[in-house]
Design a protein around this ligand. Structure first.
Ligand code: BGC
Length: 242
């Protein structure tokens, strides 16, 4: 099936049509920058602009950076509190005129990696982590997703731990790879102590730079970069629209 996947990140909506059978993008990705926080009107306009850009008429899948249950938006990390409590599926359906499916962005990226990427045929406990503005997490056991695991929100020094170890922190504090990976090690130690994953898949923009920092990681679990790299979010979003 062909589905337009829209991955909502902290700084942009990124989208492309996806063949959900193969996990391949069917056109070059299109990016609409957004403000931080992003007002509801701005976000809905960005989705509309994407649908218009691709002249899309079919299904749309959205990876949303917050809790999503039955299309409804729960707690939101960085996009803005205005989104909390809304029926996400309904408002994006109305804004785009297309049939929309909605899932948490990291759950979506994780599903893409489990189906097409680094998690393929892995049946133990697999954890997908996405490092961006926040830290997204998707937890799988025997291939099944435990939805809305919010492991970027483990408290650390009175704040969500994503404010200590996300990729945005590296940029904001101008940390070098080693300094930032030391923070990621702290985070992964907590996560491993709680969940004992056998495999950790790392996604987000920094997964492309894994050569620079994976060498500094100390984990029990095997750590691998997302095979779909930055496309995992878009491909996963499309799966949410199937
Ligand atoms: C949100 C998660 C999201 C992650 C990555 C966190 O702040 O709470 O739901 O998956 O950011 O976008």
């Amino acid at each position: 099936m062909k589905v337009l996947g829209i991955d909502i990140g902290g700084s942009a909506f990124k989208a492309a049509p996806v063949d959900t059978k193969t996990g391949k993008l069917l056109a070059e990705r299109f990016r609409v920058p957004i403000s931080s926080p992003c007002a509801k009107g701005e976000g809905l306009a960005a989705a509309r602009q994407i649908v218009r850009h691709f002249r899309w008429k079919g299904r749309v899948g959205i990876g949303f950076p917050g809790i999503v249950q039955e299309g409804r938006i729960g707690a939101v990390g960085n996009l803005g509190e205005e989104w909390e409590g809304l029926n996400g599926r309904a408002i994006f359906t109305r804004a785009t005129g297309c049939r929309v499916g909605l899932a948490n962005d990291a759950d979506a990226a994780g599903l893409a990696e489990m189906r097409f990427g680094a998690g393929k045929a892995r049946s133990g406990t697999v954890l997908m982590l996405t490092f961006g503005t926040g830290i997204g997490s998707a937890l799988f056991h025997r291939g099944a997703l435990y939805p809305n695991a919010e492991l970027g929100h483990i408290p650390w020094g009175g704040e969500p731990i994503e404010r200590f170890a996300s990729a945005a922190v590296k940029t904001r504090l101008d940390l070098d790879w080693k300094e930032w990976t030391d923070r990621v090690n702290v985070y992964l130690r907590v996560v491993e102590r709680l969940l004992s994953p056998e495999l950790i898949i790392i996604g987000g923009g920094v997964s492309q730079d894994h050569g620079q920092w994976f060498k500094f990681l100390h984990t029990q679990a095997k750590v691998v970069p997302a095979k779909l790299h930055n496309d995992a979010g878009i491909v996963g979003a499309a799966l949410a629209g199937e």
